[in-house]
Design a protein around this ligand. Structure first.
Ligand SMILES: Nc1nc2c(ncn2[C@@H]2O[C@H](COP(=O)(O)OP(=O)(O)OP(=O)(O)O)[C@@H](O)[C@H]2O)c(=O)[nH]1
Ligand SMILES: [Mg+2]
Ligand SMILES: [Zn+2]
Length: 396
């Protein structure tokens, strides 16, 4: 098997180099006839000789593209193999009446089951061992219950997840913590002020959504606190230009809440963002009966006070469900390698092909087309800044 992959990589590298050579030949047909013949001969006789071509020629060293592809495939493979699509515990034969976990606390889960809400312990044999995860059960999980005599239930098994929002655990960073299971969309909530809009965190969540295969959208809340709407229009424009859905809201005066309601209708959505941005306030505005606890932001630090302390799933009367989560300051991207980061910045990737060095990281290399595009205003500075900050935290 490894042998086949190796062959495939070599083949990819060779055909890619050939393609580059052909392109080059076409471009230079008129003025550089002699050189073209030299290249071709060099390639036919000694493919490695192409390594000696100046970097300006935009020809990657043999094997470079294959190497990049292998790194990327490895990254994607680890994402797919998150141990989340396996059932945990024995699944009974025949018809299953599963319940949905709406809240998890130590040793106990609140489960919606046959129209009732039960507090259920987990069967002791269920463990997260070998899953690469720190938690065996998460909000949104579908579980199989065994009823005991007193109308209470015990969680016997956790059904395979269709999707999940997971992030590296804060302390055991080689393991992941599932924030919410079986959700379709990730609503990244930020506030314009109190706490201040923080693009790097938004970008981290966007990357997290893509890695978790969830559809992201950005909600910029507290727009009532802006002096001039032009300020926040400019901040969200780069995201709109990339095709991300952006909702502009105020839970205080109701602006944008109708649009938010339509976005949530009939879908399962997890809300995430810093403490104090207004996640719980927005959900209460969408469905007034919810009356979720909200907490004032500290007037000096402009930070929230972690009012929501547990993730909780709420079914929506109009159809769909939302998971309100506690504010998260960090969204680690462990496992993502530096060369892969650019994939998550399409506007940077679009310019990267024109850099002098094929392996340009766009940080401090000479003749970097990306940096030039930033100076010329073709790439938003805000996005480039967050690219550099995130790049600095990743492994090679
Ligand atoms: N001015 C203004 N204040 C808002 C808005 N939305 C929420 N707030 C206030 O911001 C504070 C924090 O709101 P929460 O809903 O508790 O924030 P949260 O994101 O749920 O915070 P955590 O539960 O700590 O993660 C509360 O005092 C809200 O009243 C808004 O659109 N405008
Ligand atoms: Mg909250
Ligand atoms: Zn560059």
């Amino acid at each position: 098997m490894p042998c086949t992959i190796e062959k495939e990589k070599q083949h990819m590298a060779a055909s890619d180099t050939m393609r580059q050579v052909r392109k080059r030949i076409k471009r230079n047909r008129k003025e550089k006839q002699v050189r073209r013949r030299d290249w071709l001969r060099a390639y036919m006789e000694e493919p490695e000789a192409l390594e000696m071509l100046p970097q300006r020629e935009r020809i990657m060293p043999p094997g470079e593209r294959g190497r990049r592809q292998a790194v990327l495939n490895a990254a994607l493979a680890t994402l797919e193999d998150q141990g989340q699509s396996r059932a945990i515990g024995p699944i009974p034969q025949g018809e299953i009446h599963s319940g949905i976990v709406v809240e998890v606390s130590t040793g106990l889960c609140r489960v919606h089951w046959r129209g009732r809400e039960l507090l259920c312990p987990l069967r002791g044999s269920l463990t997260a061992e070998d899953t690469g995860l720190t938690n065996v059960v998460a909000v949104g999980d579908e579980v199989v219950l065994a009823e005991d005599g007193d109308g209470q239930g015990v969680i016997e098994a956790i059904l395979p997840r269709r999707s999940a929002l997971a992030r590296p655990h804060v302390f055991y960073s080689h393991l992941k913590h599932v924030i919410a299971a079986n959700v379709e969309q990730l609503l990244i909530v930020a506030s314009w002020r109190d706490p201040h809009f923080w693009p790097e965190l938004v970008d981290r969540y966007l990357i997290g959504a893509q890695r978790n295969k969830l559809e992201p959208a950005i909600c910029l809340n507290k727009i009532d606190l802006a002096e001039n709407p032009l300020e926040y229009y400019a901040a969200v424009q780069p995201y709109q230009a990339l095709g991300y859905r952006v909702l502009l809201t105020s839970a205080l005066n109701g602006e944008g809440v109708d649009e938010l309601r339509e976005y949530l209708r009939g879908r399962s959505t997890v809300l995430t963002g810093l403490s104090g941005v207004g996640k719980s306030a927005l959900l209460t505005a969408v469905q007034p009966g919810l009356e979720l606890r909200t907490g004032a932001v500290n007037s000096e630090s402009h930070q929230g006070r972690h009012t929501t302390s547990q993730a909780r799933l709420w079914p929506l009367a109009m159809g769909g469900a939302v998971v309100d989560t506690p504010g998260i300051r960090e969204f680690g991207l462990r496992g993502l390698k530096r060369p892969e980061l650019v994939r998550f910045y399409p506007e940077i990737a679009a310019e990267a092909g024109r850099c002098r060095f094929a392996n340009c990281a766009h940080i401090d290399e000479p003749d970097c087309a990306v940096k030039k595009a930033v100076t010329q205003g073709h790439i938003p500075e805000m996005r480039y800044d967050s690219y550099c900050k995130i790049y600095a935290t990743l492994e090679d």
